[in-house]
Design a protein around this ligand. Structure first.
Ligand SMILES: Nc1ncnc2c1ncn2[C@@H]1O[C@H](COP(=O)(O)OP(=O)(O)O)[C@@H](O)[C@H]1O
Ligand SMILES: O=P(O)(O)O[C@H]1O[C@H](CO)[C@@H](O[C@H]2O[C@H](CO)[C@@H](O)[C@H](O)[C@H]2O)[C@H](O)[C@H]1O
Length: 437
């Protein structure tokens, strides 16, 4: 039976958020035929009283299923995101503005979509699945569905309308109604075919640095600081545009204290899930307390919400920022809530630590390389901050306390993320609690 096959299959998918917990029930909530041999499913998964929804393009046919082995679900069914003979239907339906059952396919006013292009699934490790059409479009299928308009669509559309050069041009989207709310299922954007992602560039720089430590190396490599500075400037400019496109507020000190209480609650939840974090709870607690003690008014606005080096791409012109959907899995209202832009700054600072440390997790010479890795992180963190200020970002000396607290809050989130998805990386965010700053 299809639901049984899906129950076995889904637990192995990178984007499945309920790993490690048994599935009590899986039902198909919506089943729409998009083309011959291609169905769009919304499945509902119950685990311990909580229900999550996911979407799937379901292909069928014994021959095709055999052809798409990695996407094999069983019994002639397969994940048709991998079948370029079928995925053209998505572009065609968006271009035509079609309604197929409860699914609405739409394109941005004034844009033309080339429907002749064939797709490939992007190989990156992701929370979602992205189809790249030719070298022109990328269509991101949001896997775990949360009722509401995805902030990614909302923000990219608003910034593109303001001609912000730091976002990729949006082309179209797919939506349906979930719990009575229009809900984004997918979004198609310009594919930046000549760009490199920030994570890859940063890692290349760290690798160069390690190579240059070898006495036979010809030159000292590893300088990423000019790029980190430019990224800081681009970040400040995007924050400026977000503040112009969406409402902003200044919250009272009392509200700042409530925000810190919320971080305390999240820290407790993180410790419940990853008990070894408990040993360092006092480090976060002290940082949180310092914010509470010095609480003052704080400007808030729409932000990126899950900002890191994997979310930025360097084109020949400048940095472009991707994936404004916030932390995957949080309710939409929370992801749309106004926050301090320093949350994004803190996210990127964490990412420099990640880039510096990740190659050391299984490096035979880790002990000797660690001090240089730390230097690399410090240099790029300060260059990013300098660029952020130079680009007009608001960063005052007294913000250091808030920034430190937000970094540790992000690190607590990462501890849970790594424990669930990449346990061998767990030591990276744990290091944040062991580093004096
Ligand atoms: N518009 C784009 N052009 C080129 N590559 C992209 C684009 N959008 C995403 N990517 C690539 O896909 C990766 C993951 O994209 P992202 O939007 O962050 O998805 P997820 O939410 O699943 O992490 C990025 O790191 C980048 O390499
Ligand atoms: O899938 P998303 O990109 O929306 O974000 C999730 O996955 C990220 C990892 O892919 C995770 O980011 C963490 O690892 C990155 C390196 O892979 C590092 O650059 C980030 O600083 C670190 O937070 C992100 O937290 C998670 O939400």
């Amino acid at each position: 039976m299809l639901t049984e096959l899906l129950t076995g299959w889904i637990t192995h998918q990178r984007w499945f958020a309920g790993k490690g917990r048994p599935i009590d029930d899986l039902t198909v909530e919506s089943d729409v035929e998009l083309a011959h041999g291609l169905r769009h499913l919304i499945i509902s998964v119950c685990q311990g009283g909580a229900r999550d929804r996911y979407q799937l393009l379901l292909g069928s046919g014994a021959e095709e299923s055999a052809r798409f082995k990695p996407a094999h679900i069983g019994d002639g069914y397969y994940d048709a995101a991998y079948d370029a003979d079928l995925t053209g239907v998505l572009l065609q339906a968006m271009a035509a503005g079609r309604d197929l059952g409860p699914l609405r396919f739409r394109h941005m006013e004034g844009t033309e979509i080339d429907t002749s292009l064939r797709s490939l699934v992007l190989g990156a490790e992701q929370s979602n699945t992205s189809l790249v059409y030719g070298d022109t479009y990328i269509c991101k299928l949001f896997r775990r569905l949360i009722a509401g308009v995805n902030p990614e669509l909302e923000i990219v559309t608003a910034l593109a309308l303001r001609s912000d050069s730091h976002v990729a041009q949006p082309y179209g989207w797919i939506e349906t109604d979930l719990d009575g709310e229009p809900t984004t299922l997918a979004m198609t954007q310009e594919f930046l075919s000549n760009a490199n992602d920030g994570w890859a560039l940063a890692l290349a720089s760290v690798r160069d640095l390690y190579a240059s430590l070898n006495p036979s190396a010809a030159e000292a490599g590893g300088d990423f600081s000019a790029e980190a500075c430019r990224l800081g400037m681009a970040t400040a400019q995007v924050h400026h545009e977000l503040a112009a496109a969406f409402p902003t507020e200044v919250i009272e000190a009392q509200e700042v204290k409530r925000m810190i209480e919320d971080h305390r609650r999240r820290l407790d939840l993180a410790i419940a899930e990853v008990p070894e974090l408990g040993e360092y709870a006092h480090v976060a607690e002290e940082a949180y307390q310092r914010v509470t003690d010095a609480a003052r008014e704080m400007p808030v606005q729409r932000v990126h919400g899950d900002y890191h080096l994997g979310q930025v791409m360097r084109t020949t012109g400048d940095w472009v920022i991707l994936d404004f959907e916030g932390e995957p899995g949080q309710p939409i209202a929370e992801r749309r809530a106004l926050s301090s832009p320093l949350r994004d700054v803190a996210g990127m600072l964490r990412s420099f630590d990640y880039a510096a440390l990740h190659l050391l997790t299984d490096h035979p010479d880790a002990r000797n390389l660690r001090p240089r890795a730390v230097e690399w992180a410090e240099l790029n963190r300060s260059s990013f901050l300098a660029g952020y200020s130079a680009g007009g970002g608001h960063l005052r000396p007294e913000d250091a306390v808030l920034l430190r607290a937000l970094e540790l809050a992000k690190a607590a989130y990462e501890v849970v993320y790594e424990a669930r998805n990449r346990p061998t990386w767990l030591s990276i965010p744990m290091t944040a609690f062991q580093t004096e700053r």
